[in-house]
Ligand binder design. Structure first.
Ligand SMILES: O=C(O)C(=O)C[C@]1(C(=O)O)C=C[C@@H](O)C=C1
Length: 255
């Protein structure tokens, strides 16, 4: 157990955030293969006993139920979008190292992530239109939601490392419930700037048309997902929500 905690450094958690950028950019590209497909989100498109709401809710709830049985949410880095009524894990328990303060489980911003993803992000990066592939569309949405949720809740680990490195600064602010000071302490503007730049670059590299033959300019600027949208989404939502999780976690750190 202490091994894992010792290996936890600001560098290692940032490395993980960087790797998770790849997953986020790729899942956005996968979702962008399909147009908006509005019926996926329309509760009146289908009806099924059990009142699931929209097709995407059906897919997310049922997939989360299967994944819960398979042990997904035993992992402290995974948070379900519909935590109520999830079946228990049916697999032998895995001993995840205990790194976070146990009060951390209650910090969950998935409702906000759901809202932001569907209402702010989706209309910006998918084409309008309807090709009928609603089930695949919903599966891609779930994929995006899960990688975003993991990244944003990873803020708990980032905050834990920062707290351990600089507890002398953090402790008084936590005791004073001083969110503003906590926010100032954990903010690294140069890192945020680099993150935004890097995700735009990843979107342009991962999302370009790969053609054989001479590297003419004909594909320049044609990306599967607009790099500027990804960068703006990170700056406006992903990073702020991560910081929000960090502050909420820190407020519970001394519980
Ligand atoms: O890398 C950090 O120090 C983080 O806290 C993560 C993160 C981010 O979300 O990318 C958030 C706050 C910091 O200002 C910089 C970056």
């Amino acid at each position: 157990e202490s091994d894992v905690s010792d290996r936890l450094t600001l560098e290692s958690v940032r490395d993980s955030l960087i790797r998770q950028e790849d997953s986020i950019v790729f899942s956005l590209i996968e979702r962008a293969k399909f147009p908006l497909n509005a019926p996926t989100y329309d509760p009146s498109y289908f009806s099924m006993p059990g009142s699931y709401g929209s097709l995407v809710e059906l897919v997310v709830k049922q997939t989360e139920a299967v994944q819960a049985k398979a042990g997904r949410y035993e992992n402290p880095e995974e948070y379900p979008f519909f935590p109520d009524d999830l079946p228990p894990s049916q697999v032998p328990p895995h001993k995840y190292p205990r790194v976070l303060n146990p009060a951390a489980v209650f910090v969950n911003v998935n409702k906000k992530i759901w809202d932001v993803y569907f209402n702010k992000l989706l209309p910006l990066f998918v084409a309008p239109g309807d090709d009928g592939n609603y089930a695949s569309t919903a599966v891609r949405d779930l994929e995006c939601l899960q990688v975003l949720s993991r990244r944003i809740h990873y803020g708990k680990l980032v905050a834990e490392v920062k707290f351990r490195d600089e507890w002398k600064h953090y402790e008084p602010a936590i005791r004073a419930r001083d969110k503003k000071t906590l926010m100032d302490l954990l903010t690294a503007p140069a890192v945020e700037k680099a993150v935004k730049k890097r995700v735009a670059k990843k979107a342009s590299i991962f999302g370009q048309e790969v053609k054989l033959g001479d590297d003419s300019d004909e594909n320049k600027g044609k990306y599967k997902v607009d790099p500027a949208v990804v960068s703006r989404f990170y700056g406006d939502w992903v990073i702020p929500l991560t910081k929000d999780v960090e502050v909420q976690y820190l407020l519970h750190r001394l519980d």
